[in-house]
Ligand binder design. Sequence first.
Ligand code: ADP
Length: 484
Amino acid sequence: MRDFDGLLVQANLIGGAWCDADTGQTVSVTNPATHDVLGTVPNCGAAETERAIDAAAQAFDDWSRSDLSVRVGLLHKLHDALMDQQEPLAQLLTAEQGKPLAEARGEIAIGAAYIRWFAEEVRRAKGEIVPAPTADRRLMVTRHPVGVVAAITPWNFPSSMLARKLGPALAAGCTVVAKPATATPYSGLVWGKLCQDVGFPDGVVNILTGSARDIGGAIMESPRVRKVTFTGSTDVGKVLIRQSADTVKKVSMELGGNAPFIVFDDADLDAAIEGAMIAKYRNMGQTCVCTNRFYVQAGIHDAFVAKLTAATEALVVGDGSADGVQQGPMIDAGGVEKVEEMIADATAKGGTIVTGGKRHALGGTFFEPTVMTGATADMQVARDEIFGPLSAVFKFDTEDEAIAAANATEFGLAAYAYTTSLGRTFRLNERLEYGLIGINSGLITTVEAPFGGLKESGMGKEGGSQGLEDYLSVKYMCVAGLDR
Ligand code: ADP
């Protein structure tokens, strides 16, 4: 028996009951490193989604009016339950998603940290008493849970992306209908088991797997779902924003990125390489904040490329569950083909592969970590999210040139820069059109800070105090006619 077998939940959670799809249909889930079938999950559709929305709507009345101390207490227990089972949860995550075990452990820990953060933060979700224009009135501004929340999450961080949504929703007093990605459903479904284990009431958390279109359609049509929080591709995000119009839902969108990583001549080269490795190759390059474009100033370009190449060649590729592995398989064949297409496009336009550039000898969806120089603005790598282990290096001369190139995209999620100039740091803060800016660090996500993109990378924030606001409606109440 594998350590995680007790956490492998192969059913959906609706109103406190674990159930199959009405049709009995299932979808199988495969380990991307070994191709072993891990199990199946229900292939649910609109009818089951309606029932989950019913359950969440019914549970909302009590949950939204429950004692704050009860909600906070349950969230702390949920945090502890995750950390008590960090190791088997990480193994489950690696088995379905492919990332190295060390990264999976980190994902479970940051997910737990989000739950604890929102348990703390909700105690400070204060209202206001506003000075009234006349003495017989008092003006109050108060915050209330938005209602039933639907949470749709992707495969690249199947545990922590749900934590960022469940944490604030449950803290605020909302109930949830969640739909994890079909490729990695178990790290989502297990949240249902953990919530039950620690005592969340039935119907507060409901989790469905199956047809994205049918489940998504039922969620978006329902007037009872008051908020949709989505992490995934910009294309699907745009569909959901359009679908939200008919019922005027609140939406939070964490969409695609095209992160620039700018290295100036005055940078600490070793620090830049360390940051570059994290910002590029974490999760095999499959994160929305992964570096898409390295812009390196001419004076440091060759030294940077030499060190980046050496570090890239030293990466250990293999099954993420094996000790010492730093790069697992990519999620699926489509992801591999996209990287291959981008490499073909770039080399046809003058790019040079310095290392890697093809499928790995391990086969399947393993891909060689790759460095390419001579990247230019007309290449696909400049425009589209790579979502794979390909470092594309562009050379630049001036700060103005780098900033203009960095901003020349419809995306605006994460940007990184390495410099020792304080003045430049603040110029970058003002001029880079990005929601997340890392100066001298390639890893900046933390529960205390608001994570979220500008432009077509999305709207709304996750984490920070801002991450709770998205789950609260503001009401203004005027108490008039007071005796004097
Ligand atoms: P990714 O690149 O992460 O696969 P997607 O946007 O395709 O990004 O998927 C993210 C999540 O959105 C997944 O849970 C997926 O099943 C879901 N999804 C995809 N299409 C739709 C849709 N039309 N309506 C609702 N959810 C969808």
